[in-house]
Unconditional design. Sequence first.
Length: 343
Amino acid sequence: MGTPADQAYKHVIPLDFGSVKTMPDSFVWPESESDEVYSGTDQPSIPVIDLTDPNASKLIIQACETWGIFQLTGHGIPRKLMEEVESEAKKLFDLPAEQKLKTLRTPGGPSTGYGNPPSQASLPRKLWQEGFTIMGSAVDQARVLWPHDYQGFCDTMDEYQKQMKALVQQLIRLIFKYLGISEEEVNWFDDPANMCNAALHLNSYPPCPDPTRALGLPPHTDSSLLTILHTPTEGLQIFQEGVGWIQLQAKPDALTVNLGDFLHILSNGRFVSVLHRVMVNQKFHRISMAYHNWPPMNFLVSPLLSKTLADSGQVPKYRPITLKEYHGIKAKHFQHAVSFVKT
Ligand SMILES: O=C(O)CCC(=O)C(=O)O
Ligand SMILES: [Fe+2]
């Protein structure tokens, strides 16, 4: 049974993947959740946008309205840094389970560190996944993982977060300009405390003995404004109404931008918060890096923010909400959370 404290931590402790040959029953998902990917020849393809293209802004807005996801090239993040962040993440996940567990995230706390997503507690089955979340400096945890050799990991994660933050700002400014939201209404980016409104999730999906019945991440939308994904290999799928699940093609140079619930709410439902999931495979260890960015925790977000909404004459489809309150709704209603904010 264990103590109550052990029980509270149980759902965030990943399987010791290196020690199992067959998949335990608790990881087998019902067929409807792991159903097949669309295989028609007329599959619509997710937009690929070059940020240096003079038409990039227009193409990004179109992609936000129709897909809620696009692949971005010409983003200026050095290829070397993208490779380094991936290899540092791999180094971390290759550590023995007992070492990784020394940095286990605390349920209910600011969930930095190692473990499964806290949302696993409300899922019917377990995930073939382990993660490590960083918010700002990773030094305290890196020192525990590698007492004599932690600087390289920290430097890489610091630099990557710095570059991601700049890219997010560029994209958000472009999007807000289109929505008519003025810079004065959102001074989030210049606030030094804003680092806590972003998190870098390192995701690991080890080779799985029974991949068709397992899931890396279940169908979900992100709560973020937007998420910048570095997914060097295939496994991410998105859901499109009328088509089904579509596999995202791996493009080593591209970053994938997916919109989250807060941009959907802010745009008064105009932009898509894309439903996505991660499938696992038998052959290789898949690693991905997801940089999530939110509004400040207690900032009251309303569609288009009140001034622009009044000017535009639109009727608000969502009520004003803070991220703090939304987290509570998400924990309860998961992928359906946004419908509980409707007016
Ligand atoms: O691993 C991936 O490709 C996606 C990860 C993801 O959806 C997330 O971290 O929210
Ligand atoms: Fe996601």
